[in-house]
Design a binder for this molecule. Sequence first.
Ligand code: GDP
Length: 194
Amino acid sequence: MPPMTLTLETTAYTEDQLAHKDVPQIALAGRSNVGKSSLINTIAGRRRTLAKVSATPGKTRSINYYRVEPGGFFIVDLPGYGYAKCSKSERAKWAKLTQTYLTRTPELRGVAVLLDCRLEPQRIDIDLVDYCRSQKLPVLPVLTKADKCKQRDRARTRKAWSLLLGDAAPLFFSSFTGEGVDELWDAIREATAD
Ligand code: GDP
């Protein structure tokens, strides 16, 4: 496979800025600080240049459309959710933006839900997975920071998540070691293939 390139093409802060792209898309969603920006930089083969890795969580407030080549499809980075320190109205605004994107994007093929492998399933993650299912959107679970989850603990981790995820087998991913990069690309390519 040739190396995949990601180019940030559009950024939407409000619903009327949501872009209409007539090509398949896969969304990335996850709680703030789950490692989403690091994952984007890692799969793009870059270090801290494409998506901003935040020292302060809760900073990504926009929906970012990354064009992927070869393929021409989009990876769409949704705002991190569940950041405790932001105001209720700000949270409501992001939720609305995300919901509008998820419900009004016919080209959306699935949602990669990023989950911190060190944590138990959290209510807010469960709600997101349930919401995707209610919208008939395939969920691709990605357990981030896998370098923190020893091989011998993985079966237990998988089991803890399987209650929430059912048949969708989670993929272990680490931006620090590069684990899961190829598998994630395979899953994204498969989801966005015609
Ligand atoms: P975002 O808020 O979801 O975009 O998360 P970031 O990518 O900004 O990362 C949040 C924090 O988690 C930072 O301190 C990162 O260094 C750390 N982090 C991100 N990816 C990994 C990973 O694969 N392994 C470990 N151990 N830490 C990570």
